[in-house]
Design a protein around this ligand. Structure first.
Ligand code: IPE
Ligand code: IPE
Ligand code: MG
Length: 253
């Protein structure tokens, strides 16, 4: 998770290897059309399919999407159950294709509190795609950045108590390995749609040096063009990771 300055400089010259998206605006998209929010969520699944298809063609290797937050339980029960159902139907309808296309599926977030049928489908999707590595699709479901950090701290403390980890050093990389995102590199680019400009508890630890891009498009209208525009914006940024501009490094030699 932590980088040396050399790694930082070399990664800054690359594209957006890991893109994470806060898929927002389904409800407003539907409302503007005089339709119930659930229609927006269903249209959002089609946007997700378009985006997953486009991402590898734009140089993305990891795509993390925020599907359901630990705070989304406060929505009406009917909407929560619609969102649960959509995760199930998305996996059921697309898993064979994802598996065939070399996509490895990872689901991050709290498993506790999810119904058995959802747990079964998550486990099935991860097991069936375990040997794939052409592209990684990471779905944050029942995920909250704070909950993830708090749970990592608890597991770390348990390992210390059991003598499996030491308290002599504070090691960011070791702590990062306790997070549910441990398998993925840190996100290079975090996108939020719908015009809102906040993280809403997404990837709090991992976002440390991510570039943030906010787009006004509502999630159901998202697709290859919007993703490509976000990546173009990312490429125009100068990532310094606390160092100096890469041109300044050359100039000072
Ligand atoms: C994003 O759209 C989907 C989820 C949070 C699951 P919203 O449902 O938040 O849509 P808005 O923000 O109300 O428009
Ligand atoms: C964040 O969006 C969660 C997901 C996209 C799953 P929200 O719509 O729940 O966030 P707030 O309520 O606007 O902060
Ligand atoms: Mg929202």
């Amino acid at each position: 998770m932590s980088r040396t300055p050399a790694e930082s400089l070399s990664s800054s010259s690359h594209g957006a290897r890991h893109v994470a998206i806060i898929m927002d605006g389904n409800g407003r998209w539907a409302k503007r059309r005089g339709m119930p929010r659930t229609v927006g969520h269903r249209a959002g699944v089609n946007a997700l399919k378009r985006t997953v298809e486009a991402a590898p063609t734009l140089g993305v290797e990891w795509l993390t999407v925020f599907g359901f937050s630990t705070e989304n339980w406060s929505r009406p029960a009917s909407e929560v159950s619609e969102l649960m159902g959509l995760l199930k139907s998305y996996v059921q309808s697309d898993l064979a294709r994802l598996e065939r296309e070399g996509v490895r599926v990872h689901i991050i977030g709290r498993r506790h509190g999810l119904a058995q049928d959802i747990l079964d489908i998550i486990q099935h999707a991860e097991a069936r795609t375990r040997d794939n590595d052409r592209f990684h699709l990471q779905v944050a479901f029942n995920y909250g950045g704070r909950a993830d950090i708090a749970e990592a701290a608890l597991r770390y403390a348990r390992d210390v108590a059991a003598g499996r980890a030491s308290t002599d050093v504070t090691d960011e990389a070791l702590f990062g390995s306790y997070l549910s995102t441990a398998a993925s590199p840190p996100p290079d680019l975090i996108i939020r749609t719908s015009g809102e400009r906040r993280l809403s508890n997404f990837l709090l630890w991992e976002a440390a040096y991510a570039e943030l891009v906010f787009q006004d498009v509502m999630w159901p209208d998202y697709g290859p063009d919007a993703l490509s525009a976000a990546i173009a914006e990312f490429k125009s940024r100068d990532r310094r990771f606390g160092g100096v501009d890469s041109n300044d490094v050359l100039a000072s030699r």
